[in-house]
Design a protein around this ligand. Structure first.
Ligand SMILES: Cc1cc2nc3c(=O)[nH]c(=O)nc-3n(C[C@H](O)[C@H](O)[C@H](O)COP(=O)(O)OP(=O)(O)OC[C@H]3O[C@@H](n4cnc5c(N)ncnc54)[C@H](O)[C@@H]3O)c2cc1C
Length: 302
């Protein structure tokens, strides 16, 4: 493996920025984490093809990052390439009741555009600070709605196979997970929406945003819910019942506003967050016999 060779090749051929030892704290909502060996922003399809090919030739592991709103990057960083989708993947358009959106589109932008045309179906995305690609990989949503139920098609870049279209029903959608990232790099999708009354859709969105403002630690650095809800229960309820609100480790704190959020109060390390994650899991297991499964994804080691 030669990082230098990959860097030189990509810098010469990819239209977006290519950097070495890029701090990933800058690319996540947690504002935590060490550097990625390589950082590549792909503005075009040929950038994606070239990047994946070069990384394969040099045997460099890679991962795609959206807004980094569900990721905790290890303090030692990520020993591989982080791919971010740029220009051509940040476009979306509406045709009748279908939204076609690039994987780099911010969910809020797609939501604004669809609801203002009187389309319903994306309200679950109100207040989710990620991209369409991240939402597909995480099957993002609320308790009773998620993106997977709206997907008609996803266009992926599959290493070795190139552009591949999969239908929504072919994807394995689970609770806050899908098999999209294992299949490849999501580039674009079409979502099936439905006509509705603009005012009614707006009211639903406003209600959800208001609820978030009162129930979530708005304005802090975090990655949303740390744990998945166990079947039939709520992770936040269990954590709160264990008296863990406000518990701290270094700069990380179990939010006093929403106990399933661990916030970076400033200067938290990934080790602080992970330490708190373990303490919370132990406490909930000890008291309720429930094993909490993390919803946030860890990237890198050390
Ligand atoms: C304040 C706050 C509130 C939140 N509320 C919710 C909520 O209500 N519901 C909910 O579901 N989530 C919520 N989240 C979590 C998070 O916003 C979602 O999971 C979101 O969908 C992640 O999108 P992202 O672009 O940030 O993805 P990232 O965090 O960058 O990546 C997440 C995963 O997706 C993969 N990925 C990203 N893009 C692609 C792609 N193009 N192709 C293949 N794989 C890809 C990454 O490799 C990674 O494994 C919240 C987070 C915050 C900070």
């Amino acid at each position: 493996m030669s990082v230098t060779r990959a860097y030189d090749t990509l810098r010469d051929t990819v239209s977006g920025p290519v950097r070495r030892r890029e701090s990933l704290a800058r690319h996540t909502t947690y504002r935590i984490g060490g550097p990625a060996t390589l950082y590549v922003e792909c503005d075009t399809l040929s950038d994606v093809a070239r990047t994946i090919e070069t990384l394969a030739e040099e045997r460099i592991e890679w991962v795609v990052l959206g807004k980094g709103s569900n990721v905790l990057v290890a303090d030692g960083g990520y020993d591989g390439a982080v791919i971010v989708l740029g220009r051509d993947f940040k476009r979306h358009g509406v045709d009748g009741e279908t939204l076609r959106a690039g994987a780099g589109v911010i969910l809020a932008a797609a939501l604004r555009d669809t609801y203002s045309r009187g389309l319903t179906g994306l309200e679950f995305a109100a207040g989710i600070p990620g991209t369409v690609g991240g939402a597909l990989a995480m099957n993002a949503g609320s308790r009773d709605e998620w993106i997977g139920s709206r997907v008609e098609t996803i266009t992926l870049w599959v290493p070795g196979a190139g552009l591949t279209v999969v239908h929504g029903h072919e994807v394995e959608w689970g609770y806050r997970e899908s098999d999209i990232a294992q299949r490849g790099l999501a580039l674009e999708c079409t979502l099936r929406l439905a006509e509705d009354d603009v005012e009614r859709v707006r009211r639903t969105i406003d209600t959800r945003l208001r609820m978030r403002r009162t129930s979530q630690p708005v304005g802090t650095a975090n990655a949303g819910s740390v744990f998945k809800n166990p079947p039939g229960d709520s992770a936040a309820r269990l954590i709160e019942a264990c008296g863990l609100k406000g518990m701290r480790k270094g700069g990380a704190e179990v939010s006093r506003v929403h106990s399933n959020f661990i916030v970076n109060t400033g200067g938290a390390t990934a080790a602080d967050v992970l330490g708190l994650v373990e303490d919370v899991r132990e406490a909930v297991m000890g008291r309720y016999g429930v094993r909490l499964e993390p919803e946030i994804r860890l990237l890198g080691t050390g």
